[in-house]
Design a binder for this molecule. Sequence first.
Ligand code: F6P
Length: 343
Amino acid sequence: MAKRIGILTGGGDCPGLNPAIRGAVARAFDYGFEVIGILEGYKGLIEGKSKPLKLKDVEEIVGRGGTILGTSRINPFKEKGGVEKSLKNIKRLKLDGLIAMGGEDTLGVANRLYKECKVKVVGVPKTMDNDLSATDYTFGFDTSVTIAVDAAERLRDTGRSHRRIMILEVMGRHAGWVALFTGMASGADWILIPEERVDIDKMCRHLKKVHKRKNYALVVTSEGIKIPGMGAEKEKLDQFGHMILRKRGVGEDLATIIKEKTGLETRASVIGHIQRGGPPTLFDRMLGTRCGVKAADLVAKKKFGRMVALRGNEIIDVPLEKAVAKLKTVDKKWRDLAKVFFK
Ligand code: F6P
């Protein structure tokens, strides 16, 4: 009898997931596997929501954003009976392997399911935050930064016209990759990331200098920064213990402070979920596709407990536990590079 594999996408969606699903399904068919799409991430695994994936379901999705399977931030280890129900559904669906596409949280669960419950799982790294260890880049990142760069350049135009300080707040959660790359690629005058202490006075002195020179200035800030002296608001946590950051609107707080300290008119914009939608870039289409194909190869080779990864230009596989052990944050080398342009 043909083998059956399941695919699920968990956590925040990102461009590149559909190419990855297409890659995995197309490759699975080369091995003669049947493929079952699990709907809405682990929620669907717990609730037994699934549908067979055929060629017609995937052959036109390479350029489509989001995930055709749907997603959720549900953690089976946090739901009453979640793990038992998941295992029951894996058995009921007769899955010989499960491909879990996700970030730190989804892959963390995949790793536990593999280690603690012997689920035959393979991981595919995705996240617009690019904060997963053991892989050079995750798909979703390139597209979201490309969109944010476009937004930054639009803010620059209006900021220049009105002689204003413009602030763009981008996503990225506890890692500053999105802000750093957006800022560098759009020629921002200051970049704020969670990995570095925020020095308001230094920033304001610099912004005044820049404004004097060119009549405006652009700041890119990560949503995850902490402004000294501002008490952390009580925020709801998701099932993975992460703060739901977007509600805090750090860009607005910064705008108030900058206006007060510099006397310069300041405006803030939050790009938010716009960053996560739309067609994937070439890079994300190719990376997603290659990761999906490799994931099906790993299942065929019974290399479970592994995650697909990008190393240089090669797609390799690494232990899942290595990928989820530590968040990949922005190091000093990158921070110093960005500062070359704070003139
Ligand atoms: O992890 C990806 C991400 O886009 C973060 O950058 C952001 O903080 C979070 O998801 C937003 O989550 P949600 O879509 O659940 O609001």
